[in-house]
Write a protein that binds this ligand. Structure first.
Ligand code: GLC
Length: 599
């Protein structure tokens, strides 16, 4: 048996090495920054999601879409600017808020889909310069923000809606889906507005570190041609070769290796590593532009978790503010940003310049980021869900750490831990330092060796073996949760299947094993066999029947039940394979959910 465990351990040991293979020099600052501010502010901010008493005509409540959604005339729309309190509006305050929030860059909607330029544009009269043409004031929000960014040491990015423009006579307006647009006409818009405005933005405001375009589908599905996009990108590379360009330009990364980073969908957070730098644009509530009817504010801890989770997969997070027409950032937003800033003041080391660790085994107590300082590897364990036991199991590293401490502890007082094989178990103090997410630093003198592909011990103790953490090939399709999660994720099995997992057992011991499934046959039929440590447990599949998913709702669903398979003795510490064979009775299917190995 000893030999069996050791062979398994050795054969499974592998040094994974992952680094984003395509971070170009231009994007280095971006990758190191990790956290930025998006600002959606424009004419629409004067409407706050309502037009002539009517709420925005779309449940998605994107307040910056009101021009299009509520069919507002171009001249009437721009009168919303009369509601603005120009004495109060001060873009420097947004930059100061970004700084306090620990954000390292700011991206302003210089021109959104409404086509209105927030600067004095010589090539369009749908701009701030024209609004103030009577000479009462001179305001250029792009210029003011650029000056504030320079003053306070933040990078400046500009959002520019290139594809969609509801104002220009030949711009893309979605109603053209009914009529189409002649390519030559669209090119008039491109040559007389897009190209010269980008030229203005890249000529008159000093360094622009990022251009953020917004074509959320591939250009082949739009009226924009590849030639036009390459012309636009060529101009950027010519005028400001260091400026980053995002993937919503509309060219796929496969098609153009020169795209600097990938933009995920709105509020879409990362789930896998990407080859190139990437970013989630996200909101504190839902709308981007200020919407006075907003109610669903995300909590500070969820926003922090989004940031940390993205960094743990080498991604960035750009969090939006939608200031009001008097420049104010509402309390819900500013408070959350300030709280995030306080967290970063203490825990920023685990975010800035940090990225993914090589540990791919997922741990249900939280996420891991990592960094190398003076040849020493630091793992940062972000405790989303600190175990009641006050013990954090970290599975997958064979080296013993040289130091373990809380990032919030300036004295770096060592935390007690035990280490054996692939498990490091850290003892937490009774009181954790952070109200939101405390971070434990695990330091190694040299780069540790990592074993991946393991189903880890959960924070509650025990191992939950599901389809997501199998070590054998994933060739089945898992069914997602249904009926509001009353039907859990499961695999539908109708032909014999074998699933395998790898677990690390830290010491010899006997463990009880349960399996959860649903079987709708009338009588018992088919068999489940679980094999581990050379022992086999067999179970006859039994009907599990139905249950009521929700009281008084005529809501009847398949029942999933946990069955005890028996106990298995693991003779010593080591990596073990757990194999599950499911053979169903003829013409029947069983829905497999999980195996639970008790601690
Ligand atoms: C979408 C919306 C737009 C918003 C953007 C932010 O593309 O059309 O209103 O600016 O997402 O990511």
């Amino acid at each position: 048996m000893k030999k069996y465990a050791i062979t398994l351990l050795l054969s499974a040991l592998c040094l994974t090495s992952f680094a984003q293979s395509r971070v170009n020099d231009r994007a280095r600052w971006f990758v190191d920054s990790r956290f930025g501010m998006f600002i959606h502010w424009g004419v629409y901010s004067g409407a706050e999601g309502y037009w002539k008493g009517e709420k925005l005509r779309n449940d998605n409540d994107y307040a910056e879409w009101i021009f299009y959604r509520n069919q507002i005339g171009k001249d009437e729309y721009v009168k919303l600017l009369d509601r603005f309190d120009w004495d109060e509006i001060n873009p420097e305050e947004w930059v100061l808020l970004a700084k306090k929030a620990g954000m390292k860059y700011v991206t302003l909607t210089a021109k959104h889909h409404d086509g209105f330029a927030l600067w004095d544009s010589r090539v369009s009269d749908y701009d701030l310069g024209s609004y103030f043409k009577d000479g009462t004031r001179k305001r250029d929000i792009v210029g003011e923000l650029a000056a504030a960014c320079r003053k306070h040491g933040l990078k400046m990015g500009l959002y520019y809606s290139h594809w969609v423009d509801w104002e220009h006579r030949f711009g893309w307006n979605h109603e053209r889906e009914l009529t189409g647009i002649a390519p030559a006409d669209y090119d008039v818009y491109w040559q007389e507005k897009v190209i010269p405005q980008i030229r203005e933005l890249l000529t008159n405001y000093g360094e622009i570190s990022m251009l953020w375009f917004d074509m959320w589908i591939h250009h082949s599905g739009t009226c924009v041609t590849r030639k036009q996009l390459l012309q636009l990108k060529g101009l950027i590379r010519e005028l400001q070769p260091n400026s980053l360009v995002n993937s919503r330009l509309g060219l796929s990364i496969e098609e153009d290796a020169d795209i600097d980073f990938k933009t995920l969908g709105d509020n879409h957070f990362g789930s896998t590593l990407e080859e190139i730098p990437w970013q989630t644009p996200g909101t504190v509530a839902h709308s981007w532009g200020y919407h006075s009817g907003e109610t669903s504010w995300k909590s500070t801890s969820s926003l922090l978790k989004y940031l940390i989770s993205n960094v743990s997969l080498d991604g960035n997070f750009m969090l939006n503010i939608g200031p009001r027409a008097n420049g104010d950032v509402n309390y819900e937003t500013s408070q959350r940003l300030l709280e995030i800033g306080k967290w970063l003041e203490i825990n920023g080391e685990a975010i800035y310049g940090a990225g993914t660790s090589e540990i791919r085994n997922s741990h249900n107590w939280g996420k891991i980021t990592s960094k190398t300082i003076d040849g020493k590897t630091r793992l940062y364990l972000h405790l989303f869900n600190p175990p009641l036991s006050k013990k954090i199991p970290l599975t997958g590293v064979s080296q013993k750490p040289s130091k373990v401490y809380l990032l919030a502890d300036k004295q770096k007082q060592p935390l007690k831990f035990s280490h054996g094989g692939l498990l490091t178990e850290i003892q937490l103090p009774v009181v954790l330092p952070d109200n939101y997410i405390s971070v434990v630093v695990v330091e190694y003198d040299k780069k540790p060796t990592v074993e991946n592909g393991l189903a880890t011990a959960t924070a509650e103790g025990g191992y939950s073996l599901t389809y997501s953490n199998i070590s054998s090939e994933k060739n089945l399709k898992e069914q997602g949760r249904k009926h509001e999660g009353t039907v859990p994720q499961h695999l539908v099995i109708d032909t014999p299947q074998t699933l395998k997992w790898k677990i690390f057992i830290p010491e010899a011991g006997v463990h009880a094993i349960d399996v959860s499934y649903s079987f709708q046959g009338k009588q018992a039929g088919g068999e489940i066999t679980c094999t581990a440590a050379g022992k086999q447990l067999t179970h006859n599949i039994e009907p599990t029947g139905k249950t009521v998913g929700e009281p008084n709702s005529n809501w009847v669903i398949d029942r999933y039940l946990s069955h005890r398979l028996g106990e298995i003795a693991f003779p010593e510490a080591g990596v073990y394979e757990v194999e599950l064979k499911i053979v169903t009775a003829k013409k029947s299917e069983v829905n497999f959910q999980w195996i639970w190995i008790e601690k």
